[in-house]
Design a protein around this ligand. Structure first.
Ligand SMILES: *Cc1c(COP(=O)(O)O)cnc(C)c1O
Length: 399
């Protein structure tokens, strides 16, 4: 052994097992956080071969299947959750008022949509327990300009549906829910989809029901549904667009719906596998939904607590280097980046707190139980090497 090998300046050899420090990644193929469900090809073909035949309207068929799933009288589909949300906000809001209350820790385009409609996003805080906007945080933002409240179900939980309904009824403000994260779940024994004026869902490839792209609204309000149908065809008042759901997308979503139960089962198995693995890892807490929700486990989120020796961000970077595409949960909150249009925001202490603590873990159709074991092994290794990692990252940053 040469004198140089003993030099205290040589990098810590143990770190070279991690891809971030030069090893080859743990996984050859990336492990995504998106659901990316692939339905049975034969089933998909059996739907799409009917496209164009007389009397066949797959989009209408999908709408009635979704109405049955959500136990609501009306479903209106459009070409994306994004445009469906734009049409719904425009249709549901109180005329003559301009503010839309929404959380900052949410879907990254929500405020852009509101601004595009000529309205003003008013950002509210979240409840640290549920990670959702709560009755108290929404009430804080209510004023004579409040045109609409958007309750957003976070990953692994529900917002306070009853509390928000009561607040909005009392204040005379319409309430809609973004329920993209709560498809097929139950709330106090009732299927999500029939609360508020209407609820929004997405059929994007990363969602529970994959239509490649697409979105829909569930509602019990027949007048709102027929207004939305006009708007989807480009015939509505106000800022219009034409956004029908193409039949091929409906075919994909129908094929996915046929296998929904099996998918929920597999998602549950993935969640249990994480639960088992994380038991041996102090410092990472699995966000565990209330079992009475019949959770879909469409996404799986862990909290990086004080007991974990590394920051959330460096943990995500280390995982990403291994082709484990974990992501910071709803990062950044909408109010943590410059906003170029009129908006309102006060202090959001719980949003700021949550912004540094949560990780969305790989899950869904492309992630096997063995992959999850590998992800847990990697986290164990990262934990064991945390002292050296912190040293090296600190030195790397100061150089
Ligand atoms: C994905 C998503 C949307 C938008 O749906 P797209 O179909 O992707 O446009 C809206 N809200 C939430 C919470 C989402 O996750």
């Amino acid at each position: 052994m040469s004198a140089q090998d003993n030099n205290s300046m040589t990098p810590v050899p143990a770190l070279s097992v991690l891809a971030y420090f030069g090893a080859s990644p743990k996984f050859q193929r990336v492990k995504p956080t998106s659901n990316l469900v692939r339905p049975c090809a034969q089933q998909l073909r059996s739907y799409w071969e009917r496209i164009g035949k007389p009397g066949v309207d797959l989009t209408a068929e999908l709408e009635s299947r979704l109405a049955a799933l959500h136990q609501v009288p009306e479903v209106v589909a459009a070409n994306s959750g994004f445009w469906m949300l734009a049409l719904l906000i425009e249709a549901a809001r109180s005329p003559g008022r301009c503010e839309v209350i929404m959380p900052s820790l949410t879907y990254r385009r929500m405020a852009d949509i509101v601004s595009w409609l000529g309205l003003v996003p008013h950002f509210c805080d979240i409840d640290p327990q549920t990670l959702a906007n709560s009755t108290a945080t929404v009430a804080d933002c209510m004023n004579s300009q409040t045109a609409l409240v958007i309750g957003v179900h976070p990953v692994g939980g529900h917002c306070d549906i009853e509390g928000l309904q009561e607040l909005c009824r009392y204040s005379g403000v319409p309430l809609i829910f973004d329920s993209v994260e709560a498809v097929a779940e139950l709330h106090q024994g009732r299927v999500i989809g029939g609360f508020g004026c209407a609820e929004l869902f997405s059929l994007g490839a990363s969602k529970l029901i994959n239509g490649f792209e697409g979105g829909y609204v569930t509602t019990a309000d027949a007048a709102l549904a027929s207004d939305l149908r006009c708007r989807v065809r480009g015939q509505g008042p106000g800022r219009t667009l034409t956004a029908p759901l193409p039949a091929l997308h409906a075919a994909m979503a129908l094929a996915g719906l046929d296998e929904l139960e099996a998918q929920l089962q597999r998602n549950g198995e993935r969640f249990e596998r994480y639960a088992l693995g994380l038991k041996s890892l102090s410092g990472l807490r699995l966000v565990t939904p209330d079992p009475s929700y019949r959770p879909s486990y469409k996404n799986i989120v862990v909290e990086v607590t004080e007991a974990w020796p590394l920051s959330r961000d460096i943990t995500v970077e280390l995982l990403n280097a291994e082709n484990i595409l974990a992501r910071a949960y709803y990062h950044p909150p909408l109010t943590h980046k410059p906003i170029a249009y009129p908006h309102r925001v006060g202090l959001l202490p719980h949003t700021d707190w949550a912004a540094t603590r949560f990780i969305s873990m790989p899950c869904g159709h492309q992630v096997s139980l063995t992959d999850i074991d590998g992800i847990i092994e990697t986290l164990q290794r990262i934990q064991e090497l945390s002292y050296h990692i912190n040293q090296s990252v600190i030195i790397g940053k100061t150089l």
